[in-house]
Design a protein around this ligand. Structure first.
Ligand code: HEC
Length: 133
C-alpha cells in the first residue's frame, strides 16, 4: 500500500467513524430501555402518621395520642396489649378493623385504602404488640 493511499484510507476511516459514531450514539438513545413502572411502597410509619391513626392511637399505639382527650368516653385499645383488642389481634383481624372500621365508634372505615397499604399498617400495629405469641 502506497504512502498516499494509506493516508487516504485513514481519512476515510476517520470520516466513517464520525459518521457512524454519531449514528450509533443516536441508536443507544432510542434503544434505551423504558423507565420502570412507578410503584408505591407504603411506608407504614408515615401512613400511621398521615392518616391520623397516631392522633387517636398514639405514637406507641397505647391510646395516648393528641386527640385522645376527646375520646375519654370511649374505649380505646392498647395496641401493645393483645388482650385489649375487641376485634382480634392477628394481622388479618387488624387489617379487617382498618378496612371496615368499628361501626358506631370513632374508628372509621379506611375502605379507600389499597390492600397493600392496609396490610402494611396492620403489620406496623402487629409490631407494637409486646405480649407476642
Ligand atoms: C378518631 C380517632 C381514631 C382514628 C383517627 C383512628 N382510630 Fe382506630 N380506633 C379508634 C377507637 C375509639 C377504636 C375502638 C373502637 C371500639 O371498639 O370501641 C379504634 C379501634 C381500632 C382497631 C381495632 C382494635 C380492636 O379493639 O380490635 C384498629 C386495628 C385500629 N383502630 C387501627 C387504626 C388505624 C390503623 C388507624 C389509621 C388508619 C386508625 N385506627 C385511626 C379511634 C381512632
Amino acid at each position: 500500500m502506497g504512502r498516499y493511499q494509506y493516508r487516504y484510507v485513514c481519512i476515510r476511516l476517520i470520516f466513517c467513524m464520525i459518521l457512524f459514531g454519531c449514528n450509533s450514539e443516536n441508536d443507544s438513545i432510542t434503544k434505551e430501555p423504558p423507565p420502570p413502572k412507578a410503584t408505591t411502597v407504603p411506608l407504614p410509619e408515615a401512613m400511621y402518621i398521615q392518616n391520623g391513626c397516631i392522633s387517636c392511637h398514639g405514637p406507641e399505639g397505647n391510646g395516648r395520642g393528641t386527640r385522645t382527650h376527646l375520646l375519654r368516653e370511649t374505649r380505646i385499645p392498647n395496641f401493645q396489649d393483645r388482650t385489649t383488642y375487641l376485634n382480634g389481634s392477628s394481622k388479618e383481624s387488624i387489617a379487617n378493623s382498618i378496612k371496615n372500621g368499628i361501626p358506631g365508634t370513632y374508628m372509621k372505615a379506611y375502605s379507600h385504602m389499597r390492600k397493600n397499604e392496609i396490610d402494611a399498617l396492620a403489620e406496623y400495629i402487629l409490631k407494637m404488640q409486646k405480649n407476642n405469641r
